[in-house]
Design a protein around this ligand. Structure first.
Ligand code: CA
Ligand code: CA
Ligand code: CA
Ligand code: CA
Ligand code: CA
Ligand code: CA
Length: 675
């Protein structure tokens, strides 16, 4: 068929779209590209020269023949041997040294490993960029690449028998591509092809028995965050066997293409909802033995983009090229240009890395929660992190992350502390905990000589709440009095106690009650300004007044949509700077990041940041953070300008029980340009 002549064969079967029925059409092939004999086209990607948009080369996984390069604009093709390539994927904008490159990743079946390549000048060959192949060590069923719009990190997903999807971070040192297996997704057997939608941070997986899954692609995302986008027959639109998925991105629309292997029919879904827009078969496909499919941006004359179908016909292997304009016409989709994947959006999210992670907590599941930083009065490097452990009690760590000891005092949900509080004639370092087993407000004193946290109550302080949840302290600069706030998980009812001496020990007197309206947990008080900040999880961030006579009046600082926050709004902490300056830090849990507001004035929004993996130290990033604490105190050489401690909901790479991540404050200040 002649080059740019695109024919539309009309529709067959249910040719006319009736009452919203998806269209079933036939699409004529625009061009066939023959492949060398013996080559076995198992996969293909279309590479477009980052410097020359008119040059396009299909890079194919050709089995024992290795990788093939087939030019769209000149009649030549070549092969790169030395591997048995059964899958191939492509990513643009991958930072190799100083240059952003297009990187091709192929699976070498002979080595059972991934190998990375770049296209040589003139697009006549490939240069290997891996020195040590990334060993998958299982039978590969699918391969795709994901470029995080948050971190700009690039990941390879390798689906394997029997149903484990390995996620590899591709790292670079000295121009050499290396990899780290960051997590495994257990998906069950039947997973075959995959494709990522970078902008939506989503991975699509073809499950040949069930349908198409969407899974969150960020390594720190919740692996349970998955939905079944489309089902196979008899319950869904797909045929009986879906093994291959591809994606097409336009400015306003993204489509998922799914190949039904049995009938060589390609189903088209519009994302993110997964609306079935129709299906097409290749009009000229007489012996459909199709193993893969590629879709996307292509050089002229294919301005609407291409669909590339490798056809492993034994006698005449070839690529079949479909112009998207014919597909769009057949399925009556609005015609638009595909996005140019060479234009890589810059990450706008400031990123910081932890320098220390604590040992995992002692219990499995969602066990770690809030933290409080206790500053050693003489040797700040000996300061401690007091971690609320909501399945056991309290766990205490040093600044190197080592657990010093644990207290099995009952399920302690949150903690807070104030140091140097004058009560009963002496200075005390007081720690408060909300105890869900005993339904008490627990008070402790930190003994600076023994570094032991000792119970300080004269008698248990019953909260009278059905299920005490959040806790925070307020040491009033106005009166010198110490108060504790505890709330009930369900009602969002807050109770405020004044902490009083009771002999040598401590007691509490209820002084105020108010209700925020729905579930709340994180709270923090500003001793100097008298502000009390409360995170209402599904609603947003409130500012109350902390004095006991302040009543119920409050002001909204920010909200969950239409505001900046994404539910749940969780832990809060205050970075106390000089002369009343500073920052309010909020765990924006639904987005796996942290929001920063000014402490002073009207709490102006400053920005977000995310805590991502520290590859050099082998520490994973932080996600789904519940509680956190921050200190502006100089804590020795490791944390000279202070410290942020956050709970990490998913302690991965390797998968372990939850823990806390420690971030030096100067990294946050630099990332957000706070100075
Ligand atoms: Ca949690
Ligand atoms: Ca706290
Ligand atoms: Ca919560
Ligand atoms: Ca929550
Ligand atoms: Ca983590
Ligand atoms: Ca870890």
């Amino acid at each position: 068929m002649a080059g740019a002549t695109l024919l539309f064969a009309g529709c067959s079967g249910s040719a006319l779209q009736q009452s919203g029925e998806p269209i079933d059409a036939r699409v004529i092939v625009a061009r066939d590209l023959p492949l060398p004999e013996r080559s076995e086209p198992l996969g293909a990607v279309l590479w477009v020269d980052p410097r020359e948009a008119t040059r396009g080369v299909i890079i194919g996984a050709a089995g024992p023949a290795g990788l093939t390069l087939t030019s769209l604009d000149r009649p030549d093709s070549g092969t790169v041997g030395g591997l048995v390539a059964d899958a191939v994927a492509l990513v643009y904008g991958f930072k190799l040294d100083n240059d952003a490159e297009a990187v091709v990743v192929a699976h070498d079946r002979a080595a059972g490993a991934l190998r990375a390549f770049t296209v040589t000048a003139g697009a006549r060959g490939l240069r290997e960029r891996t020195r040590v192949p990334l060993v998958i060590g299982a039978e590969l069923t699918g391969l795709c690449l994901y470029r995080s719009p948050v971190t700009a990190k690039v990941y390879a997903f390798a689906s394997t028998e029997p149903g484990v999807v390995q996620q590899w971070e591709l790292t670079v040192r000295g121009g050499v591509v290396d990899g780290r297996r960051v997590r495994d997704l257990a998906m069950g057997s039947g997973i075959a092809g995959c494709v990522a939608d970078d902008a939506a941070q989503s991975l699509y997986l073809a499950d040949e028995r069930i349908g198409i899954w969407r899974v969150a692609a960020e390594p720190e995302a919740d692996p349970a965050d998955r939905i079944l986008l489309a089902r196979t027959t008899p319950h869904g639109s797909l045929g009986e066997e879906v093994k291959v998925v591809a994606i097409r991105r336009e400015a306003d629309r993204t489509y998922l293409l799914a190949l039904d292997d049995e009938e060589a029919r390609v189903h088209v879904y519009q994302l993110p909802a997964g609306v079935h827009r129709g299906a097409f078969t290749l009009a000229a496909a007489d012996d459909p033995q199709i193993e893969s499919l590629w879709s996307g941006f292509a050089p002229p004359p294919f301005d609407a983009g291409l669909v590339v179908v490798p056809e492993p016909d034994a006698s005449a292997p070839r690529y079949r090229l479909l112009s998207w304009s014919t597909v769009a016409a057949a399925l009556r989709l609005p015609l638009a240009a595909p996005l140019d994947p060479r234009v890589v959006p810059a990450s706008s999210m400031p990123l910081v890395e932890p320098t220390v992670e604590t040992e995992p907590v002692l219990d499995y599941g969602d066990a770690a929660d809030d933290a409080a930083i206790w500053i050693h009065p003489r040797d700040p490097a000996q300061s401690l992190i007091i971690g609320a452990q909501k399945k056991r009690g309290i766990e205490i760590y040093d600044l190197a992350g080592r657990r010093r000891y644990a207290l099995a005092v009952g399920r302690t949900n949150n903690v807070d502390l104030r140091q140097g509080v004058r009560l009963g004639g002496r200075q005390r370092d007081i720690v408060a905990g909300s105890n869900r087993d005993a339904r008490t407000l627990d008070l402790y004193e930190m003994n600076p000589e023994t570094l032991q946290l000792e119970s300080a109550v004269a008698a248990p302080i019953a909260t009278g709440l059905r299920d005490p949840y959040g806790v925070c302290l307020y040491h009033s600069a106005r009166s010198g009095k110490l108060y504790a706030f505890v709330n009930d998980v369900e009602t969002g009812e807050y109770r405020q106690w004044e902490i009083e001496p009771a002999g040598e020990r401590l007691g509490a007197r209820l002084v105020r009650t108010f209700t925020v309206g729905s579930q709340a947990e994180g709270c923090v008080a500003d001793d100097e300004t008298g502000a009390l900040y409360v995170a209402e999880e599904d609603v947003g961030l409130w500012r109350y007044a902390a004095e006991p006579d302040a009543g119920e009046s409050r002001r909204s600082i920010d909200t969950v949509s239409p505001g900046r926050l994404r539910a749940d709004v969780e832990g809060l902490a205050l970075y106390r700077g000089a002369e009343g300056s500073g920052f309010l830090i909020v765990s924006n849990q639904g987005a796996d990041n942290y929001a920063v507001y000014r402490r002073e004035g009207d709490n102006a929004f400053v920005g977000f940041f995310a805590i991502v993996a520290n590859d050099a130290l082998g520490i994973d990033g932080a996600a789904e953070t519940d509680g956190l604490d921050v200190s502006s105190a100089a804590l020795g050489g490791a944390f000279p300008q202070g410290l942020l401690v956050v709970q990490d909901g998913r302690n991965i790479t390797p998968p372990e029980r939850q823990n806390f991540k420690l971030v030096p404050w100067e990294r946050i200040a630099a990332a957000l340009q706070l100075n």
